[in-house]
Design a protein around this ligand. Sequence first.
Ligand code: ACO
Length: 331
Amino acid sequence: MMTKTRRAGITAIGAYAPSKVLSNDDLSKFMDTSDEWISTRTGIRRRHVAADDEFTADLAVSAIKDMQRRYGEAVLEGVDMVIVATNTPDAYFPSTAAMVQDYFGLKAGAFDLLAACPGWVYALSVAQAYVESGICKKVLAIGAEALTKIIDWNDRSTAVLFGDGAGATLVEAVEEPFGIKSMILGADGAGGKHLHAKAVGKCLLDGTKLGEHVYMNGSEVFKFAVRVMKTSTVEAIEQAGLKTEDISLFVPHQANLRIINAARERLELAEDKVVVTVDEYGNNSTASIPLALCHALDGGRIHAGDNLLLVSFGAGLTWAASVLTWGGGKK
Ligand code: ACO
């Protein structure tokens, strides 16, 4: 007798963006920039910024509370693993995930995952593996980021791009036809020199000196992003056994509207099939896709049975793409 394959899917979601908002005009009051430059080069108009006493664990907790508000407090019952994907953990240790586990009193394992902006998609892949292998039943895969804490506010070429926020997803077994259909993960460490932020080290293995804050070679990252958004999404669609026309909604990493549009055009997707939130939030790294998913759900743009195409890229350099069929959860 054939055994039925267990498939993992997202069954609940929540998101949070800090209440403090900085518009492009606000930035132009203390740095040499303008709304015109930022919005035409990036599509960003505002970003949400964590308060001085608000950090990554706080943002993650708020996203989970939003999930509870949507699905009821019992949604966390039986969670047996917490993964927080972040580039801005509150501490080297304990993990931000352990803080979240403790806050909600979960009987669960907990760890952080660092894979730059695609971190939440990487966390989704780990959650998928845990659920499909039977190691875990209910996994919280969270992307949470307090990036504005590590930005050099004197560097206008990076400071205008980033924001803070969090998105939380619950991953568990779902019935066909729902769930995660493909997962493409990649890295090219040779590109580490183009985008980095210092921790305890002095330099990368190739000798590139690490700066105190986020360093980015914007044009190199731009070229890499446009290339990898196309190649990885094509692979993800193929691995799912689908065609581009089967994709209901494209939910890309929200870094730059020009990068999103270039990827959309290369995939020949209509504009109304793309979720864009970069105007409101800027690039909040690991939080960007789950936050965009929440936004699209609230806007009535996602329905059970829809095939969603996700893609992200970032420091490493890393990338991740996935196709999933939405639904199979409680809501
Ligand atoms: N305001 C005004 N002028 C600026 C600003 C600013 N905020 N920032 C840079 N400039 C100036 C530069 O100094 C330069 O001036 P110059 O010509 O006199 O030297 C000019 O604007 C043009 O700069 P470019 O770098 O050529 O601008 P470009 O069109 O490439 O856009 C940008 C820059 C927006 C950073 C783009 O390269 C980009 O989006 N790259 C990808 C970034 C990205 O997606 N990062 C996500 C990483 S994900 C992660 O893991 C963190």
